[in-house]
Design a protein around this ligand. Structure first.
Ligand code: NDP
Ligand code: 8X3
Length: 250
């Protein structure tokens, strides 16, 4: 039975790979992100290749008015699965050297953006007495590491929000899953390092990180369990990584 999957941050990385995988499996999509051209070309490609419905909503998750009006513009307001994936790290400095601009970007996107989108979608799921919210946390939400400070704080917030959602939504048949990936090679490090591609590549030197497709397969997997089962919290890393601190580099 096809479901409708709402994915934030579908223009790149985990979100894009998830959109492809859900479409391959015959599900309808609502995809979002800020880069309109990428969003629309992905929507066209998925519609034609997989014969599924794909609606693209171009908005910035940091702008609550834009979130609300994008979701209000949907003809069909049914969402079976929400994947709160849009997010970023910006900067990799000691806390005393951090920039306010980087901090605000991360807090506004990873915490407030996730809340804005959830606030708009939860009433639809509550009304249906079913749904699945998948929040993309991180190993950075399990341990704080050197230079990670505010990014780690935002992902610790995702951890707390996921636990809270699970408790508060308990009476409504809504699953809440947090997925916490370790290092995966996407555009993440390029964004974190403000476009320094050479430095970004070095993050993955000497070991095999996960790919976007690896993480998408885990996201897809948690949606395939029987109705009465929910994976609440899942940490996934490549074999070379034990946690935020230990990576086996050759
Ligand atoms: P990418 O940079 O490849 O993708 C990030 C996505 O988020 C893009 O589609 C981007 O779209 C979207 N996004 C960022 N800011 C906004 C915004 N303000 N409004 C709307 N969309 C936004 O990174 P990943 O795929 O790796 O990251 C996805 C999630 O996974 C993030 O939450 C990240 O923190 C988390 N994560 C990543 C890990 C990694 O090692 N890669 C590990 C653990 C967690 P656009 O720019 O078009 O708006
Ligand atoms: C992304 C993984 O290790 O850079 O959340 O924090 S890490």
């Amino acid at each position: 039975m096809p479901k409708t999957i709402f994915i934030t941050g579908a223009t790149s990385g985990f979100g894009k790979a998830s959109a492809v995988l859900f479409a391959q499996n015959g599900h309808d999509l609502i995809i979002s992100g800020r880069r309109k051209e990428r969003l629309e070309s992905l929507a066209e490609e998925l519609k034609h290749t997989h014969n599924v419905s794909v609606v693209s909503l171009c908005f910035d998750v940091r702008d609550n008015n834009a979130v609300v009006s994008a979701i209000n513009s949907l003809d069909n307001k049914n969402v079976d699965i929400l994947i709160n994936n849009a997010g970023l790290a910006s900067g990799l400095n000691k806390i005393q050297d951090g920039s306010l601009d980087d901090w605000e970007k991360m807090i506004d996107t990873n915490i407030k953006g996730l809340l804005y989108v959830s606030k708009a979608i939860m009433p639809l799921m509550i009304k249906n007495k079913k749904g699945h919210i998948i929040n993309i946390g991180s190993t950075a939400g399990k341990e704080a590491y050197e230079n990670g400070n505010v990014y780690c704080a935002t992902k610790h917030a995702v951890d707390a929000i996921s636990k809270s959602m699970r408790i508060d939504l308990l009476g409504y048949g809504i699953k809440v899953t947090q997925i916490c990936p370790g290092a995966a090679e996407t555009e993440f490090s390029k964004v974190r390092l403000h476009g320094d591609i050479d430095r970004a590549k070095k993050v993955y030197n000497g070991y095999e990180p996960m790919t976007a497709e690896d993480v998408a397969s885990i996201i897809y997997y948690v949606t395939t369990l029987p109705k009465n089962l929910c994976i609440n919290d899942l940490v996934v890393t490549s074999l070379a990584q034990a946690n935020s601190f230990y990576i086996n580099r050759n």
